[in-house]
Design a binder for this molecule. Structure first.
Ligand code: HEC
Ligand code: HEC
Ligand code: HEC
Ligand code: HEC
Ligand code: HEC
Ligand code: HEC
Ligand code: HEC
Ligand code: HEC
Ligand code: HEC
Ligand code: HEC
Ligand code: HEC
Length: 429
């Protein structure tokens, strides 16, 4: 807090506004200022004028006029309570009239935030069109509060509204994000409120949940296509993993997806390994036991694992899932959600040694013979499913022979009956 001076200086200071009132009353601010300067001491405070609307004239609109009212008390309980007006406005210290005065950049004292902001898409836009936020645009000009202060626009519970000022404004999103591939940017704010993160923050008041700047950063905000962006495919797993530490560990340590993600490998269908957002999305993340999402994930697996996807739907579990039955086994029930491993890996949930346990979650009676059931039986795959292949071949051959035999039999029979009828020698005629 600023120390108030005592003694004669204080008396002069108290009297000054009276002098000003008088001076302004006769309509000449410069004369007043000159009188003050003549007292040979630069004791004229900003407060004397900027704390009293009567001195603040000369702006065109009422709004501009009101913005000139910056009493000392405005700074008192902000993060900048230790600063003097002239720390940010060195110019006016020279006296009045002080002419158009620009404040020093916030970056003068906050270098690292400035450096981050300067490379952001926002800074780029500020230079070109001025539609994006500057420091004061997000934090406020004089009423700058700590990021842990409930009143700050940057407090977690207020961030979505703060970003939403522009990112939910139809004129901004209509101008900047009108192309079809920018659909995500148009709905970001609207969808956020419905997500598990938004609900946790806004309804449950859980300030630890993710909001815009947790995923996008606060200052180095970049388009998803930028390799440096925190939401770029290459970095998003770490971004989510900063909070979901345990899941990141599982995913990274040993899962086939984590390994392929790290090595930039592609699967059999040419797809890259899935990152968190492929299965969970970015702005529509719901609770992981939400049934509709869960069924959607099966389709997502299918985009990259086409063959097993098809075989799954030819099994009992798959057909029941297709009918909309939610309790039956989906891909991740047998393969775990984040620890997918090849069946040959002894730690895989579908390794022969672990299958009983995996199936027993839902089939308590499961034993070694029960788990011989084929989860992806593909009868045309002789190498992988020989028993299935040979039984299929045997059954098919049997079926075809039987049908052929009886088909031919009936045909010959028909021919014979027709001929006999024509000759008039048929049975019973
Ligand atoms: C004698 C009265 C007076 C004093 C003292 C005074 N100002 Fe001002 N100030 C004004 C008036 C009137 C305006 C609006 C008219 C103008 O732009 O000149 C203004 C405008 C400003 C502006 C905005 C300029 C702009 O272009 O919009 C800033 C910033 C400012 N003052 C800062 C200060 C600071 C900091 C101090 C103290 C070091 C101070 N003033 C002292 C009367 C004063
Ligand atoms: C932390 C830095 C900081 C401090 C401290 C500070 N200001 Fe400012 N002030 C700013 C910034 C930034 C602006 C916006 C400048 C701009 O728009 O270019 C501003 C704008 C203003 C304006 C113009 C408002 C307008 O919209 O025209 C006035 C008047 C003003 N300040 C007066 C003061 C007074 C009086 C004090 C001391 C009580 C003070 N400022 C303390 C940073 C500061
Ligand atoms: C798009 C909005 C936005 C802009 C623009 C912005 N900030 Fe921030 N800033 C935030 C948010 C949100 C936080 C809170 C971060 C957090 O909770 O970790 C923050 C945090 C801060 C902090 C506190 C950092 C800390 O970890 O204690 C400072 C200081 C800061 N910003 C300064 C600036 C400066 C200086 C600029 C301009 C160069 C700026 N900000 C521009 C949104 C913004
Ligand atoms: C003259 C130096 C100076 C200028 C210019 C300045 N600040 Fe600060 N700022 C400080 C100081 C000193 C602190 C207090 C640091 C502390 O308490 O640890 C601070 C603290 C902050 C914090 C709180 C960080 C936290 O941990 O919660 C934010 C946010 C902030 N400033 C934003 C701004 C913005 C926005 C501007 C421009 C409008 C600005 N600052 C201009 C010196 C400055
Ligand atoms: C003052 C308005 C404003 C505020 C506040 C604002 N933004 Fe922006 N933002 C923009 C504009 C305008 C663009 C587009 C810039 C361009 O493309 O030139 C943009 C671009 C972006 C982009 C890149 C989108 C793309 O596809 O290029 C992201 C991500 C973003 N903002 C996130 C945020 C976040 C997160 C916040 C809050 C912490 C925020 N913005 C606050 C105006 C704003
Ligand atoms: C849980 C993390 C997360 C949260 C919270 C989040 N986003 Fe996003 N956002 C992403 C990801 C990841 C992308 C990249 C698109 C994708 O991968 O589908 C993205 C994309 C965007 C884009 C488009 C960027 C581009 O270049 O296409 C904008 C704009 C955006 N988000 C703004 C916001 C705003 C505003 C909020 C807060 C209301 C927010 N986001 C909250 C993760 C998040
Ligand atoms: C974006 C594409 C993609 C999605 C979506 C995807 N995967 Fe994968 N999956 C891969 C890639 C790439 C590999 C590594 C393949 C390799 O190493 O040959 C892999 C490996 C696997 C493995 C290990 C088997 C092996 O051959 O290494 C299993 C099991 C697996 N995925 C199951 C799933 C399940 C279950 C889902 C849905 C919950 C799923 N995957 C979603 C791309 C994907
Ligand atoms: C291949 C698809 C896929 C990928 C990739 C994926 N998840 Fe999941 N995730 C799931 C499925 C399916 C569930 C539901 C598990 C259940 O309830 O049985 C789930 C559940 C969750 C849960 C809820 C906890 C639980 O186990 O129920 C969180 C949190 C989560 N995932 C975060 C992440 C994060 C963070 C990443 C990235 C490191 C990620 N997920 C990557 C499919 C995926
Ligand atoms: C700032 C921390 C933070 C970040 C970053 C974050 N989350 Fe979360 N997430 C949470 C918290 C806290 C919850 C718990 C909300 C609740 O239980 O109500 C949660 C919940 C979830 C859930 C639902 C879990 C369940 O039990 O059903 C999923 C899925 C999820 N997050 C996925 C993601 C993904 C994917 C990303 C990255 C795009 C991400 N999260 C980024 C903090 C975070
Ligand atoms: C009832 C449990 C179960 C369900 C449901 C299930 N799987 Fe499997 N999956 C297995 C078993 C057991 C194996 C190993 C034996 C085999 O290949 O038939 C396997 C093998 C795989 C493999 C090959 C692994 C390797 O090492 O070659 C992939 C990939 C796979 N499943 C993906 C999926 C996908 C995608 C789904 C959903 C569309 C799914 N699974 C549904 C149990 C299941
Ligand atoms: C998430 C729970 C779940 C898991 C895990 C699961 N199943 Fe099922 N399964 C079901 C449900 C539900 C049904 C249908 C109910 C019924 O008819 O008993 C079913 C039906 C079946 C059926 C046909 C009906 C029957 O009981 O004969 C077989 C065979 C079967 N499962 C085998 C397996 C095998 C083998 C595994 C492990 C590789 C497995 N299941 C894992 C939930 C599961």
């Amino acid at each position: 807090m600023r120390e108030r001076k005592r003694g004669p200086a204080r008396i002069v200071r108290t009297l000054l506004p009276v002098v000003f009132v008088f001076g302004l009353a006769v309509g000449n601010a410069s004369t007043v200022a000159a009188q003050v300067e003549n007292q040979e001491s630069p004791i004229v405070t900003c407060e004397a004028c900027h704390g009293d609307p009567r001195f603040l004239v000369g702006k065109e609109t009422a709004e501009e006029q009101a913005a000139l009212l910056v009493p000392d008390s405005l700074l008192l309980d902000t993060v900048h309570s230790q600063l003097k007006c002239v720390d940010c406005h060195p110019g006016p210290a020279m006296g009045y009239p002080h002419g158009p005065q620009v404040a020093v950049g916030c970056g003068t004292c906050h270098e690292s935030e400035q450096t981050d902001w300067e490379v952001s898409i926002h800074a780029l836009d500020v230079i070109e069109d001025g539609d994006a936020p500057t420091c004061a645009g997000c934090h406020g000009v004089h009423e700058v509060y700590s990021i842990d202060d409930r009143r700050s626009p940057t407090y977690p519970l207020n961030v979505a509204t703060m970003c939403g000022r522009c990112h939910a404004d139809p004129s901004i999103i209509g101008t900047y994000f009108s192309s079809p591939e920018e659909a995500q940017a148009r709905v970001a704010v609207e969808q956020y409120h419905e997500t598990v993160h938004g609900a946790a923050l806004e309804r449950a008041g859980l300030a630890l949940s993710a909001t815009c700047n947790d995923c996008h950063e606060s200052h180095r905000v970049l388009p998803a296509s930028s390799p440096e962006s925190s939401v770029n495919r290459a970095n998003v797993v770490k971004t989510c993993g900063d909070c979901h530490v345990g899941i990141l560990e599982t995913y990274e340590e040993g899962s086939a997806h984590g390994a392929a993600y790290r090595e930039h490998l592609r699967g059999p269908t040419g797809h890259e390994a899935p990152a968190c957002v492929d299965c969970h999305s970015a702005h529509s993340i719901v609770e992981a036991d939400e049934p509709r999402w869960f069924v959607g994930v099966v389709e997502e697996c299918g985009k990259c694992h086409e063959d097993v996807y098809e075989t799954y739907f030819s099994t009992y579990h798959g057909q029941v899932t297709a009918l909309g039955f939610e309790l039956t086994a989906k891909c991740s029930d047998c393969h775990t959600p984040h620890n997918m491993r090849p069946a040959t890996d002894p730690e895989s949930s579908v390794h022969p040694l672990n299958l009983v346990e995996t199936c027993a979650r839902c089939h308590p009676e499961a034993n070694q013979s029960f788990v011989r059931y084929y989860a992806h039986g593909d009868a045309s795959d002789r190498e992988r499913y020989p028993v299935l292949f040979w039984s299929w071949l045997f059954m098919t051959t049997l079926l075809v022979s039987v049908w052929t035999f009886f088909g031919l039999h009936s045909l010959f029979w028909l021919i014979r009956v027709t001929i006999e009828r024509a000759r008039g020698t048929g049975h019973g005629t």
